[in-house]
Structures are given as structure tokens and as C-alpha cells.
Design a protein around this ligand. Structure first.
Ligand code: SIN
Length: 288
């Protein structure tokens, strides 16, 4: 007898993403969790609207999927939420002269969370606490689709290469605390990961990219690496492979950080945007 509950899963109609309706994430049993987990693997990004999670609730829901990573440091070197080292705050709000979170109000470029680490999180869960009426949308792109649409000749050329995932800059373009910036990707701090990976749970092959800035294909000249990466990035972030989400307060969005990249639009710096994020520890990726 299956333990899985039956969920109201509404696909976005785009290349990835689905909304799960009529679930309160404060109270999920094993059957609901199993169904959410299946939907997450199938759709890569899940949206839950109208949630009223405290920080402790957000952490508890995230822990259903595994142990949590500590949040990365803010640009200023601070951690964000006293007592909750797992919570990363994404915000442009400044209180008493100190930013309460990261990434400001500008664009956050396409990226995979924390991929500059040897074992990046497998998932991120982002909850909207305050949002601007316009701007600040977050887009997601499928890296399964990216690999499938890569031209055959390009796929053959890069199939066995590793790519350097830069740790110098965050997706808002800010230098990470304690680092001296360099724009030579060969020298920059970061981690090499296989460019094509096998998803450890679905068994599907996908591209694995971090951030375009300071990326480098191991063993190639910078010129050749840049030319190939530009083509790969253009394919991977093509509109046909993306889904854009316009936030409401109470939205929780969870993505598979192994096979999805995301970016965020800029918004009015005078508006307030406050988002709380958790990161679920990874399972080391295998090259394909
Ligand atoms: C993030 O990169 O995790 C933040 C995305 C957002 O601000 O919507």
C-alpha cells in the first residue's frame, strides 16, 4: 500500500515548476511529504502560496528533506539571524546603517546556490516575508533541458570537461567577505565540478553551471573557455527553458539546486524586499 498522499499539483506550463495547492507546510505527515518529494523531483521547482511559517517552521519543513547547511556569510561578513545559522536573508533593507541581508536591490545573475563549494546544497527553500509590488521576480531554468538542447557538436566537445565555479563574487556581484577579488578564473577561489552530471535521485543527466563570471573550463585557454561557456550559457538560459515567478507575501518556493539555476530581477531600492532561505545539504555530484 502506497504511503503517498494525493496532492493538488498544478504545473506552471513552462519548462519547469509546479504549484502545490491546499497544503499547510507547518503540518505535513509522511504521506504528504512523500508526495511533495516526488513532485519536487518531477517538476524541479515547487511553489506553495499563502504559507504562514515562522523561521522555526521554515527550518522544520526544510529539515524533512535532510540536514541543513549553514547560510553563507553576508557581504559584510555578518551572519543574519541570531540563533538560526541556517537562515540566509536576502534583502535590500538597511537597519541602523547595517544591511539585514544580502544581494541589495539590483539584479542577481543566473546561478546555482553555493556551487563554489565541493558539496553544494541539493535544495534551497525561499520564503517571501516582504515583497515590492513590482520587480524582484525570480526566474528558474532547467538544466536537464539545457543539456537536451545543447547542439550535438558542442556537447561532444565539452562532455568530459570540468568547470570552475567561482567563489569570489556572489550573484549580486558583491565580493564575498574576506576575499581579494581577482578576475582570472584560474586563480580565483572556487571548486571544479563536472560540466555534465547525473542526478543522484532521478538518474537523469543535466548540465551543472554556477555563475558565468569567472567560470573556466579546466585545461582550456581563457579564450577558448570563454567562447564555449558563452554558447553554453546562451543555450541554458534561453527563455524556452525558464519559468518566472512574481512573489506574494507568504509564498514558499523550493528548487532542486542540482538541476536548476535561478536569477532575480532588480527592483526599486526604496521598496522593501525581505526573503528568508534555507539550504539543504548536498549529496556529492557524479560526473556523467
Ligand atoms: C537567491 O539567489 O537565492 C535569491 C533569489 C531571490 O532573491 O529571489
Amino acid at each position: 500500500m502506497s504511503l503517498r498522499a494525493s496532492l493538488d499539483v498544478v504545473p506552471t506550463g513552462a519548462a519547469l515548476g509546479a504549484e502545490i495547492r491546499r497544503v499547510d507546510l507547518r503540518a505535513i505527515d509522511d504521506g504528504v511529504f512523500a508526495a511533495i518529494h516526488d513532485a519536487w523531483l518531477a517538476h524541479q521547482v515547487l511553489l506553495f502560496r499563502g504559507q504562514t511559517l515562522s523561521d522555526a517552521d521554515l527550518i522544520a519543513f526544510s529539515r524533512c528533506f535532510g540536514e541543513l547547511d549553514h547560510a553563507p556569510m553576508q557581504e559584510t561578513g555578518r551572519r543574519f539571524v541570531e540563533g538560526h545559522p541556517e537562515l540566509y536573508v536576502v534583502s535590500n533593507v538597511v537597519e541602523n546603517g547595517i544591511p539585514i541581508g544580502s544581494l541589495g536591490a539590483g539584479e542577481a545573475v543566473w546561478h546555482t546556490d553555493m556551487s563554489y563549494l565541493p558539496d553544494p546544497p541539493k535544495a534551497s527553500v525561499l520564503m517571501a516575508r516582504e515583497v515590492p509590488s513590482q520587480g524582484g521576480d525570480t526566474s528558474f531554468c532547467t538544466m536537464y533541458g539545457a543539456l537536451e538542447t545543447l547542439p550535438d557538436s558542442l556537447r561532444a566537445r565539452v562532455a568530459h570537461l570540468r568547470v570552475k565555479h567561482d567563489g569570489t563574487y556572489n550573484s549580486g556581484g558583491y565580493v564575498r567577505a574576506g576575499l581579494t577579488p581577482t578576475d582570472d578564473p584560474r586563480m580565483a577561489p572556487g571548486t571544479l565540478h563536472p560540466l555534465i552530471c547525473v542526478h543522484p535521485e532521478t538518474g537523469r543527466r543535466h548540465l551543472y553551471l554556477g555563475r558565468r563570471r569567472n567560470a573556466w573550463l579546466e585545461g582550456l585557454s581563457l579564450e577558448e573557455s570563454d567562447a564555449l561557456l558563452d554558447q553554453i550559457w546562451e543555450t541554458a538560459t534561453n527563455d524556452a527553458l525558464t519559468w518566472r515567478h512574481h512573489w506574494r507575501v507568504g509564498d514558499v518556493v523550493m528548487w532542486d539546486n542540482r538541476c536548476v539555476m535561478h536569477r532575480r530581477d532588480a527592483f526599486d531600492p526604496h521598496a522593501r524586499r525581505v526573503m528568508h532561505r534555507t539550504q539543504i545539504k548536498g549529496d556529492r555530484r557524479a560526473g556523467a
